[in-house]
Structures are given as C-alpha cells and as structure tokens.
Ligand binder design. Structure first.
Ligand code: SAM
Length: 245
C-alpha cells in the first residue's frame, strides 16, 4: 500500500534520522516496528479510519519517548515521560483520535500535551491543533520536538486545560488525555456545533470511562460512554484538586 505523504512533515526521514541512535536500532527497524504496531495493535483491534491508520504509520513514536526508551516505543503500553507523566498506549491514541472523528480542515484542541505524540497524530490529520500542558518543562520539550519534526500547525501552551483555549474556539474536536471527575463545562462550550469531545471521566483519580460528547445544537449535547480506561489525573479548576493526589 502506498501511503500519502504527510502534508506538514517536509522530510520525515531527515527528522527521524536525528532520533535514531547509532547503535542497535536502525531506521528500518523502527519503520518495521511502526508498521507492526499499526497492523497488530491498532487495525486488528478495530480502528478503521484510514486517516488515523496513515497518521499512526508515519509519526516516529521513538522521537517522543524518554531518551533510552526508544526501543520500547512501539510496545503495546503507555511509557513514562518526565514529571511523572506518561505517553499513552498507541492503541488508545488511535482510538481517541478516531472517536473524535478528526477530519482534514478541522481545528482541534488537545488537553494534556505530554510528549506531544498525540498532538502530532492529530496534526497529521487536522488543519490546526492547539494543545495545553500544565507542566512547563513537558510543554517546552514537546514544542521543540514538534518544531524539529516539521509540525508547523501545532501551538503548545502552558496552563490549565480544563478551561480550554477561549481565543481559539470553536473546535471541531477536543481530546482530553487525562482523567477528570466530570466533563468541564468550558470544554463543552468551546465545541463547534457538530463538534466532538472525547474525555476520560470517573469518580476515581486513576480509573475512568471514556466519554464522547457531541454538540448537536447551541444547547444540545449527546453523551455516550465508550470504554473503561486508566489515565493520569486531570488536575485543574474543572478537574481534580492537586492537593488530593
Ligand atoms: N497526550 C500525551 C502524549 O501523547 O504524550 C499524553 C498525556 S499524559 C497521559 C496526560 C497529560 O495531561 C500529562 O502530561 C499531564 O501533565 C497533563 N495534564 C493533567 N492535567 C492537566 C490540565 N488541567 N491541563 C493541561 N494538562 C494537564
């Protein structure tokens, strides 16, 4: 299968080369691992959207993990990143992006930039991605990484994502990659009509239900629970109180 070239990654190979160690792992190994990941962990589990599969097949996940963890990058699990946070399991990234129904031309918001990996997957599909991270060091590293990889359509901001990004609204899709006690009202209100919000919600700080909210009209929202998930906590005004951690 010939995959269309990503629009905003001018030279994926060049960018990837910068991340490949001159050691045991070659670019070809990473490319093979990525293709295996898409086939076995993602497509075989039911993700069908070709835009999502293409994006997952092209983003070099090894560029987003902690130094020294590159050979784990395509494992079927989340991995640790700085500030005691995680880069999500590949399948859950693909599932959330598919569930949010991201389309070319969309304006999308992500809450919880972390490594920047999910933002890169979203930016390979959407026209513009806004992403908010509460940890300044993670935001700075993600911004640099995304720029070096050639993503000119992602803006990274430090702050409390539970309040959204009012100046950039309305969004066609919002993806929250940390689990909160409720769906933040500000995020609902920043959806375009027809927009989709995907967020882990639950009474526990560490176990949630993945919820999709579709804005069907100015005051009309449809909400459905999709799967049980386990995300790091969403900390903020409309999330968990940091003192409860
Ligand atoms: N999307 C990330 C990736 O691809 O690497 C994974 C994110 S990690 C599972 C969740 C992130 O949400 C953490 O980096 C955490 O610091 C961040 N976070 C938690 N509460 C937040 C908030 N209120 N605003 C912004 N970021 C928040």
């Amino acid at each position: 299968m010939v995959l269309p070239k990503l629009r905003r990654v001018p030279d994926g190979n060049e960018a990837l080369a910068a991340w490949v160690h001159h050691g045991m792992i070659s670019k070809a190994d990473f490319a093979q691992a990525r293709a295996d990941m898409v086939e076995h962990q993602i497509a075989r589990r039911g993700v069908r959207d070709p835009l999502v599969l293409d994006a997952m097949a092209r983003i070099p996940r090894e560029a987003f993990v902690l130094s020294g963890w590159e050979d784990e990058a395509y494992e079927d699990q989340p991995l640790p990143i700085a500030d005691r946070q995680t880069i999500s399991q590949p399948f859950i990234v693909a599932f959330m992006v598919e569930t949010a129904g991201l389309r070319p031309g969309d304006r999308a918001l992500e809450i919880g930039t972390g490594s920047g990996y999910a933002a890169a997957v979203m930016a390979a599909i959407a026209a513009r991605v806004y992403t908010i991270e509460r940890h300044p060091t993670l935001a700075k590293a993600a911004r640099t990484r995304l720029r070096e990889l050639g993503f000119g359509n992602v803006e990274v901001r430090v702050g409390d994502g539970t309040l959204g990004w009012p100046e950039a609204q309305p969004f066609d899709a919002i993806i929250v990659t940390a689990g909160g006690p409720k769906v933040p009202a500000e995020l609902r209100e920043q959806l375009a009509i027809g927009g989709r919000l995907v967020i882990p919600v639950g009474d526990s700080m560490h176990r949630q239900s993945l919820v999709r909210v579709v804005r069907e009209g100015p005051e009309k929202y449809r909400e459905e629970a999709l799967a049980d998930v386990a995300f790091v906590p969403l900390i903020g005004e409309a999330g968990w109180d940091p003192s409860r951690r």
